[in-house]
Design a protein. Sequence first.
Lengths: 494, 449
Amino acid sequence: MPVSRRAAARDGLPLDLVTRLIRDLKHRAVEYADVRFERILHENLVVEQERATAISLFESHGIGIRVLMNGSWGFAATPHLTPRDLRQAVSRAIDIARASSLLNRQPRALAAVEPVTARYASTYAVDPFDVPLSRKLDYLLWANATVLGPDAIKRVTSHMDSYKREKLFCSTEGARIEQRVIESGAGLEVVAQQGAEVQTRSVPNSHHGALAQAGFEYTKQLDLVGAARRAKQDVLHLLRAQAPRAGETTIILDPTQVVMQLHESCGHAVELDRALGQELSYAGGSFLTPESLGRVQYGASCVNIVADATLPQGVGSFGFDDEGVPAQRVELVREGRFVGYLNSRESAKHLALPSSGGAMRADGWSVPPLVRMTNVNLEPGEGTLEELCRGVKRGYLLSTNKSWSIDDRRLNFQFTTEIGWEITDGKLGAVVNNPLYTGITPVFWGRCTGVGRKEDWRLWGVPNCAKGEPMQLMHVGHGSSYARFDGVTVAPAK
Amino acid sequence: MIEEARLLGALGAVVKRGEVDAISVCAHTSARRVLRFAHEAIHQAVAQETVTVTVHVMHRRRRGVASADTLDAASLARCAKTAKTIAQHAPVLAPLPSLPQRHRARTRADHVAATVRMTPRACVTSLRRLVHLCQGAGASLAGSMLLGEDAFAVVNSAGVSCYAASTVAAAKLVTMYRKLSGFAGAVHRDVRQLDLEGLLRRSLSQSLHRQDPVTLPLGSYEVILEPEAVADLVTWLGYTAFGAKSVEERTSCLAGRMGERLFAPSVTIYDDGSDPKSLRMPFDFEGTPKQKVVLIDRGRAAGIVYDTTYGARFDHPSTGHGMPPNETEGPFPLHLGMAAGTTSVAAMIRACRRGLLIPRFHYVNGLLNPREALMTGLTREGTFLIERGRVTSPVATMRFTQSLLDAFSRVLGVSSQRRLIADPNQELGCAVMPALHLAKLSLTGRSES
């Protein structure tokens, strides 16, 4: 008998239930099926000024069933784990696959993968769910208190997020994979106003980007209190600062901004489902069409970009993707040339690639996996920030993403950052506010004239990457050092 | 669909056993069937059901929130216990806003049985006909179709008991012909009211052109924005400007400017959760009845939306714009509308000597400088050049960057016809928007490979 919902919630992963479903699916003569049970725990703490404004715990678990029937996909998901509900879910998946086959002429074929029995668990020192709530809140309250005081400071908000995900994946091919992942992160945002000027500064990164596959030890290492002091200084400087001059110039991007540059102009552009037109009704396509693979010069020779799902601490890391494909390190751009896609078993087969690169991920049990980023990273080069600045007559160092926008083929992008610094004759100078830069993806990366050293390379998270219908918000990772670009259009965002 | 009695019964039991000073429980149950297609094949077919229950506990001037995805009594009791435990360990808050009082609502007015009954086979049959029509025109088809069923409920210890069930049907069609593509989308409570062939015609009208897209010089252009494009911009204003939180933080373009003229007198923007033309919702996630709030009144900053938390901070009653208690972005307008004008898109085109017709934008972002409502975004399918009152050439993708305070202060016309714009695959909420004729939009970039 399937285990009860309570038992599933409390007593580990429901292997019997999932195994039984796989057996049932085989009897229903599907060509392929997989069943994914997931349990997700998310704790979110928010402290504004001197008070906790949100303390919430979200718990979710359920089952997603994906079938290939008559050459077409069907997916059904339910949080109800009674035998009746699960039977209905199986029938819904099969019905919708059968209906789809009325239109589909070509069967959806899959690249082969060796089915394995395996376990994966992320590493951590301190389970954030074991840390007393009062200790976590005190940490945030202390960070906020560091910033409060000056009249110009209008609001300070800090947050802490902890995730625990447990997953069981079984397939009709014989795979049986258990995975357990813990993620931790925190951040602080301060808003200041003086007259008509309103400025924001986020540390250590904006958009909840300080998130890692790690325990509470990562959150402590972020040194939110020290970072808060810097944020206070920065935001007060920003109120008095000038905006950058409009024109073409050299910019150096801090790793916090390379994250968003990589995410929008490379990560999404190399998703093979997009390149095959499967996201046209929502997210769009890609200028990196299949015929350009291996042929198109994406950037300068110093640009090497990989998708690495094996990286410790990356929120895009895992043991196996949601098709049971092992985590891999895939080259996307080698010495400036576009050489690889993020793909799935189906899209890899479509392109006659030897195997899937293992990038099929779902943001929970209720949705089917899609081709998603893992940890898409700019490989480090050489040189310190000082060495990258050297030789720059006039330019800007830009840090911490504020806004982002890119066209539906991932060509024309525009970003603003929270803060910048003038570079004059190779030296960092005054703070600039409201910096905006814009460009065309291959032109911009083609003008990359330096990538910083390994010692300054940092891995960040993007925990809100939206894609798909129904929309899924995926946690993806990006790592980079500083990167320098010449001939970039910069303007004030005013 | 989880029925009213079961849903309210489950939430009511949690409230009854709360043993705390105050408790509010809200639930959203959802069923979605989604087909996504491209190149004449369905590549994703989803049948999904989800439940989210959020328990908000206030006890001894402390509060805690916990969520679960079940209506199972034992699991909900555990969820309530978690919320109470969180509250016991939370710092004291003073003052805590009081819960909405004694309100009872029950509605299934927007629940259409035909939408629920439509089978996957019937959907695919409709889609197959569209594919054949599209192929007959020499074009290719991509897009998505959605059928959904939702129930919202809120029960609290102050006498609130609300339930609303609804359905939704939506379609998005992208047609591709040579180097051009077109788009049309629609949403309705009743799947029978989705005019799929009409949508296909609208999409094809944008893509079936022999002429390749032209590239235009950068600069300021007169533009005619169709309702989807207007919704892209106004929805961002809803996010950055119309909620009490952004006003308190002073990042809103309305902060400190209440009563001032910000837009042209022909622009009136409001939020109305009871508008039958919208995807209406009679109460918010706190159980407060939704009020119509005029945000921009004939060009002047006129109002913002509140929930109980921000209402208490501003000494203003909640306007019924509370989000689920685990959301931290404050109150939001989810049913934005812009008042209709007197003209038509055809008349706008005739009145335009040189400009652009823009059906929708891509990737608008309003965080560049929200205080000045500075936004950027890109054109997408179906953008055409207008010359001497006639639509002439398709236009390659272009980027705009401009303050809406500037763009919406020079309005040459507002259409009398409005469209309901929503994407139930992506988010809650909708907009009922007219087309707008603007004297100037700054085009600051082009897409070129």
